[in-house]
Design a protein around this ligand. Sequence first.
Ligand code: HEC
Length: 474
Amino acid sequence: MKFLFLFASSVALAAPTFNKDIAPILYENCATCHRPGEVAPFSLLTYQDAAKRSGLIATVTKKRYMPPWKPEQGYGNFDHVRRLTDDQIAKIQEWAATGAPEGDAAEKPAVPTFPSGWQAGEPDQVLKFSEPYKLAADGRDQFRCFVLPMNLAKESYVSGAEFRPGNPKVVHHALIFLDSTGTARKLAAASGGSGYPCFGGPGFTGAGLLVGWAPGYTPLPAEPSLSQAVRPGTDVVIQIHYHPSGKPEQDQSSIGLKFSGPPTKGRALLLVVNRYLDIPAGESHYVVKASVTVPQDAELWGITPHAHYLATDMKVNARFPDGTVTPLIWIKDWDFNWQGQYRYKEPIKLPKGTKIELEYVYDNSSGNPHNPSNPPVRVRFGEQTKDEMALAFLGLVLPSPEDVQPFQRAVVLQYVEDFVRLTDNLNDLPEEIPPSMIPRLRMALALFDQDHDGKLNAGERATLLKFIQTMMPQ
Ligand code: HEC
């Protein structure tokens, strides 16, 4: 009898309730997005809000669809991981299956509060859209670039940047670039205002990625040792992915910048990219590879993988000079809507000669529900929604600011080398080259075709690369 009693009471103790077991999980892992005014379609702060959706909550957490967190566990040790434990998922399952009980009010944790101001400290300069951007109630997602002049009087050093969505209900993610070329301004003027439509990036090459943002993102504190030099005339370009909310909305987002003195360490963004992808219509498993060798010792602090709608599986590894391989990230079910910037808990040391290897898989069949083309079409590299991309940005720290230029130079030379390898047959140049450039390029390449066989062999390619190297600015 006593035994039975003990048994019954332990079951009663174990049965999860909202107040004791579930609210702490939801407040910690869901409330950043599921609270009034934020990106998620409903709040999960009260018992009523959660209980009426207990079945759905159990389903989406079991599938790990929520909270949105794409990297596979064990492939990169990231900071700010948004992932429920197996135990938490089991508790939610049990709670939903036992009728979602509320439990004892005394056990309910305090509803979390969220900082409303700048999270990484008061900025030195705030740039805001000159006027609110109007978004229709429904329709397709919109991708728009806003150009915000910094109006710098002299060369300055940016040590921190924090994006703040004006209307978090509709801002799905944002990428912030620095443009010192004036191109974004021209694109905006041509489209009649302070912004222009853009999809994958700012719509041109030459702008550097400053920072990214997605719901739940924790901004980095300012880092004067890694400040970035910015010339007068530079603009901040904010690319925003808007998701209509069902009501007409307005957004006036802003960016806060911190300034400091010149950096004491080097900061480099290593781009691993394959621009030559060519995915046949209907192909359900198209593999794209790319690699870059790290030209000198560096520390890796973060990674931003990027592709559009057809990518399914994305892997980036580091192959060290001793042959060992360390996974940097693996995303098994890429979702364009939940792309992120991932930061490592501890920076990863990449000795000179480490090869960064990217391998992405694309599904261009009609069986891919994200395929923007129906029926599928041939897809190549580009910035439009129907184009694809295969790239990853690696955030690196180099021992000193003087290391940055030689580092970037060595990397650019590798890109050129890849390109030259592809252009070895002068009569069959890659289709990515604009047709207007082909006659001149063929003439230039022919200068190095010493045996006049219409192809560049290994020796001829080496001569060409040496020539390019001497032409590059020191
Ligand atoms: C980073 C922001 C974010 C976090 C964190 C987050 N959600 Fe969501 N959630 C969303 C957004 C946005 C949607 C609507 C779009 C979608 O379904 O992808 C959504 C949708 C949902 C849905 C509806 C799914 C459907 O099919 O209708 C449920 C249920 C849900 N979330 C539960 C949770 C739970 C439970 C957690 C925490 C364990 C959580 N979410 C954490 C952003 C978030």
